[in-house]
Design a protein around this ligand. Structure first.
Ligand code: ADP
Length: 169
């Protein structure tokens, strides 16, 4: 049984087996939650991202995929970096956003993780409407078989927290 929980706050302050990063395909850092994770996690995370790029991700990590690295100085065992989908009004990209949650959980299972903290992927720079992103996140976790015991959504602001809370009601 997987329990979904909600926390209001900064994901870099969480203690969990896995902290998920809403990365971009370069894996070389960015703003938002990505910048915060690299700032607090220290240089070891970026070094491992660089090695992954050089070894097997020459063109970057595709949208909806996930890779794991060390968590550096974060209070976690791994960071899983996943590339959210940029919102499009013209094209339904929901399955790509759902894939971020599915692939992150699949990787967490491979690693033997029991607790996984997710941010609200794609709801910042990638402009996904919050309610729809929350629905996709919660439905996907609910419908993905996993041995992860706790999926914790860590929401940075009231708007995100309330959107996820409505989905869990
Ligand atoms: P994306 O490019 O996937 O949209 P962003 O990092 O721009 O990623 O935003 C994703 C979400 O993460 C937004 O809702 C943003 O408010 C939130 N966020 C930003 N910093 C943090 C943080 N330190 N902890 C948790 N969530 C954060």
């Amino acid at each position: 049984m997987t329990t979904m929980t909600l926390v209001h706050g900064d994901i870099t302050r969480q203690s969990a087996d896995v902290i998920v990063n809403a990365a971009n395909s370069s894996l070389l850092g960015g703003g938002g939650v990505d910048g915060a994770i690299h700032r607090r996690g220290g240089p070891a995370i970026l070094e491992e991202c660089r090695r992954l790029r050089a070894a097997r991700l020459g063109r970057g990590l595709p949208t909806g995929q996930a890779v794991a690295t060390t968590a550096g100085e974060l209070d976690a065992r791994w960071v899983i970096h996943t590339v959210g989908a940029v919102w499009s009004a013209k094209e339904d990209r929901s399955d790509l956003l759902a894939s971020c949650y599915r692939e992150s959980l699949r990787l967490a299972d491979e690693l033997g993780a029991r607790t996984v903290a997710f941010p609200a992927i794609s709801t910042g720079v990638y402009r996904w409407p919050m309610d729809d992103a929350a629905r996709i996140a919660v439905e996907t976790v609910r419908n993905t078989p996993t041995a992860v015991e706790e999926v914790r959504f860590v929401l940075f602001d009231d708007r995100a927290y309330e959107a996820f809370a409505r989905q869990l009601d």
